[in-house]
Design a protein around this ligand. Sequence first.
Ligand code: AMP
Length: 572
Amino acid sequence: MLHHHPLIATVVGGLFLAFVLGSLAQRLRVSPLIGYLLAGVAVGPHTPGFVADQTLAAELAEIGVILLMFGVGLHFSLKDLLSGWTVAIPGAIGQIAVATLLGLGVAWLLGWSLPAGLVFGLALSVASTVVLLRALQERRLIQTERGRIAVGWLIVEDLVMVLALVLLPVLAGFAGGAATETVTSADQVLTTILLTVGKVIAFVVVMLIVGRRVIPWILHYTAHTGSRELFRLAVLAIALGVAYGAAVLFGVSFAVGAFFAGMILSESELSQRAAEESLPLRDAFAVLFFVSVGMLFDPAILLRDPWPLVATLLIILIGKSTAAFVIVRLFGRSTGTALMISASLAQIGEFSFILAGLGVSLKLLPEQGQNLILAGAILSILVNPAFFYLVERLRPSLDRPAQPASPVQTTQPVTEEPLVPTALTDHAVLVGYGRVGGVIGDDLRRRGMPLLVIEERPEIFKQAQTNGIEALSGNAANAALLEAANIAKARLLFVAIPDGFEAGQVVEQAKAVNRSLKVVARAYSDAEASHLRQMGADSIVMGEREIALGMMAAAFPKSEAEQVPPPKAAGS
Ligand code: AMP
């Protein structure tokens, strides 16, 4: 039966096991990524039991890459991108050079040919988009200077790899490999390079001139149809369509194509917000990415090739990071920034698999090299969260001299993101500073109550800071944020966010550390209200009911309203 539905079996098997093992990982207090990767190993061909379709899984993962990059583009302006490029371009190129040289060294030790070493080194030099973006998103770093540099770096790496992919067949011609017809000349190499660079430039120009007009127009047109379904479809069609078109017509990677589509939408705040809400699929596909990586892993390599594998891992984890660290420091960035960027890039992923696959099919790279790359990828992705953990531990002590003496930084721009614990006590914590929270915040300030806002959306977080309110950026359901908000010593908690489920998590955690905290929460339905009460909220205000009362009060001023007879009991 399963063989008749390989796509469904792969999606369901992958997501289901990822959910089970991801939850288990979370319970054991390790990153759920590890659960997803192990789910992949379990449904992969190298372990017994159900085997999902590897090719399909890899393609599904690509959709994850597209949606993730589109989402990142939504928060990037051209200015943001260019601001990081002075470091990102030399950084990415320098790091690729170092990793390639190290790869060549290992290849030499293993007795491989020069082209094999080149492909091997190049494959080790490029980081995975999904791993990097997830790590940055989880730590709220994308909007920071270091985040921008890392994303710019990633894009440069992607573009270099696009060039590498078109040059490999040419190289195979030089090397007398099997796949190409004739031995190639230097002219041909130059033409290929120029053609590829020309296509990338053409893509960017087309996006900035044509895309900039057409894409927002399509979205606005669809918004006017009034169909939410059509609107979401439009967003998906744009993200996937531009990515695919970029790859097919211009030879640009899916990721870069999707990034530009998102970046163009980021110019209009309305479309940006709307587009973002339409991306719930993104997380599911990103999970499938990790499952698909896990599937490639053959545990037998640990016994078969332990030393070459150690060397491969050393290049990915130590060689690349050291190169990135030195380059970022050379460009005058702080040690903390340099460490963070090194940690983000100390892994390999999708591009490495593509390069390795092509290398093997062109008979440039031995299969042993491909297996080392696959094993290096999964192991480096596995240890990546530990790298970040270390950097986060080290960073405060390294960056301390650059920070002001006061631990509380109310008007700090989002170029740096430290989760600085507040010094406030006996204060009010306000979660969400949107339409509802904004009004509450103003009132609390008028009353002179010490106030701390937790807000997830960077623009609104900035707005709170501009209004002179101390604020923390991020999801309030995250225990670390509640701790930084000193919830244990707070007097009042306002949960002014629209999602009742998430609000419940915030309330539950807050009450667990502070029983006497008074919690006022916002709800949309009776079910949400009773859920929030169960989680410990003291008072719940139901938005719709208050709107109804307000509308009636507007229609019937108080004196008239008092004369209305009481409503009949239901059923009578
Ligand atoms: P509104 O519905 O206009 O009152 O806006 C609600 C605000 O709450 C928005 O600005 C959201 O970004 C913010 N928000 C929603 N969920 C969370 C959360 N879990 N943590 C922090 N802020 C949130």
